[in-house]
Design a protein around this ligand. Structure first.
Ligand code: C2E
Ligand code: MG
Ligand code: MG
Ligand code: MG
Length: 292
């Protein structure tokens, strides 16, 4: 199955939610076992400065090391976990583990970094969410401003009044909010005014065909312009080529994330990337196979 298909399942209008396949049902049964067996792991993808190529932070990406299927893509298992509620358990674990991991990254790098964690709609709406957040911050000893929480436009729009309350509480803790997959949701731009958002992550769909696609170029330019006027920072997702990197950098995009500057990698590889000079070679060598 193509990665694109997997991603499309996460959006609101997808028919997938109403009709789980047999494969999904057997995966679901295996997931509960997988939690007990500790088969879920976290990988980390560098978010780098487009000019200096220095690693500024990492996005935490969950992986399932299935004993026979190999690595299962989160595009497959996150929607299932979202349906059966397991996401609350997995998400709480990921948030806490990522915060603890960031401390080790910073010790290795000897400089401040940040950690970005994906929060699913169901997690965001859970009564326990703020408790989980506080627990992760206090247990790890991080300060809130080292944490970025990635949510989608859809998450904000399900219940904007509730979202406003939660985002306010996050801001009190100085955690930053990033809009993930920016531009692919169905929401209006008004929420950028209403909510305390710090980062826009331009979806890979708008980067993939750069620099050839004039339409994608126009969209990226418009987002960068908007972000400048609203004092938001921008991360270009899915940057795979030097040309894409140069295109975005020249138009004022400060941060990039993509296979060009580092695939998602295990924590020990991330530490090597932070401490070794030829880190790009280290990262390219560590491409991980993901089952789709
Ligand atoms: P996302 O948050 O938009 O994450 C970015 C995805 O793009 C990741 O896919 C990453 O591996 C992939 N990617 C990064 N750079 C490139 C590139 O240059 N080229 C290509 N082709 N792909 C690139 P991944 O790891 O398969 O994750 C898919 C989605 O699953 C994530 O999309 C996120 O929505 C969700 N997800 C992953 N981990 C978690 C988690 O811990 N919690 C929650 N709630 N969702 C998660
Ligand atoms: Mg993300
Ligand atoms: Mg994204
Ligand atoms: Mg994306």
């Amino acid at each position: 199955r193509a990665k694109e298909t997997g991603k499309a399942r996460c959006v609101m209008y997808s028919p997938r939610h109403s009709s789980p396949t047999e494969d999904d049902i057997s995966l679901e049964a295996a997931m509960f076992q997988a939690v007990r067996e500790g088969e879920f792991v976290l990988h980390y993808q560098p978010i780098v400065d487009a000019t200096t190529r220095e690693i500024e932070g990492f996005e935490t990406l969950m992986r399932w090391k299935h004993p026979t299927l190999g690595m299962v893509s989160p595009a497959r298992f996150i929607p299932i976990a979202e349906t059966n509620g397991l996401i609350n358990l997995l998400g709480a674990w990921a948030l806490k583990a990522a915060c603890v991991q960031l401390r080790q990254f910073q010790e290795a790098a000897k400089r401040p970094l940040y950690i970005s964690v994906n929060i699913s709609p169901r997690q965001f709406r859970s009564d326990k969410f703020l408790e989980v957040l506080d627990d992760a911050i206090s247990y790890s000893g991080l300060s809130g401003d080292q944490l970025v929480l990635e949510i989608t436009e859809g998450t904000l729009m399900i219940d904007p009044a509730h979202a406003e309350t939660i985002l306010g509480k996050m801001a009190e803790r100085r955690a930053r909010i990033a809009i993930d997959d920016f531009g692919t949701g169905y929401s209006s731009l008004a929420y950028l005014k209403r909510f305390p958002i710090s980062v826009l992550k331009i979806d890979r769909a708008f980067i993939r065909d750069l620099p050839a696609s004039q339409k994608d170029g126009a969209i990226c330019n418009a987002v960068l312009d908007l972000a400048r006027h609203l004092s938001l920072s921008v991360v270009a997702e899915g940057v795979e080529t030097e040309e894409q990197m140069a295109y975005m950098r020249e138009r004022g995009c400060r941060y990039v994330q993509g296979y060009l500057t580092g695939k998602p990698m295990a924590a020990n590889v991330a530490i090597a990337a932070l401490t070794e000079r030829h880190y790009e070679e280290v990262m390219r060598a560590e491409a991980t196979k993901v089952v789709q």
